[in-house]
Design a protein around this ligand. Sequence first.
Ligand code: MN
Ligand code: MN
Length: 269
Amino acid sequence: MVAVIGIPLDENSSYLQGAAQAPAKIREAYNSPSSNYCAENGIDLSQSSRWKDLGDLSLPAGAPAIQEIMKKVSAALQLHNRVLCLGGDHSVSYPVVKAVAGKYPGLNILHLDAHSDLYDDFEGNRYSHACPFARIMEEGLAKRLVQVGIRTLNPHQRKQAKKFGVEIIEMKNRTDSRQFSFDGPVYISLDMDVLDPAFAPGVSHHEPGGLTTRQVISIIQQVQGNIVGADIVELNPVRDINGMTAMVAAKFFKELLARLINNINSVSK
Ligand code: MN
Ligand code: MN
């Protein structure tokens, strides 16, 4: 069973607020009569009993929110095998990954983003949305961290990547033919700004030169490994145009959910 959990937190967003409104907007787009509930592999998600929406977490203000996310996602993982979390800014991924790694040792992470989010701290905040993968790596929560779509590396982040052994496929070097394959459990962290702003204007950080919607869908569909968790973060509905980025997030939601459900089938859990 896959648990879907909304995490409406944007306090750790350094530039703009708004991502806290994303879980509601993704659900609204998912339920829009303009489309249907089928993933491209043919699963009708509205007819599947293999996933459950647990609603949004209610969170305290400030730093305790991070701890609370970890506790609540860990609790959900005692009842359900897998999680799909809807952020929120990217700071939510550190506590979610910590919970998932607690259940699945030897976790691999596939991280799609314009940014490597490896800052040791950002403007004095170690839980900033610019830092989650530094926290994850320094706590040894990931066996491998593979980042795709990165196009904003600065000297500090290059140093951090080297220190933590992060495998970065920068946007300038990526090719459609590259296959992603992992040994053991896999977590997919999907920052909406990995897309070119032409495909996803509803994000806080417009970083030109990104992936297309179809390239991201292909990665989700083709990655080889046992997907045990995922998140979709950084949709900022305040900046969206006609809800089009929310619709893209809902499309990714359907494709990720289909993968998570399929994995359950294939490993019979
Ligand atoms: Mn990010
Ligand atoms: Mn980003």
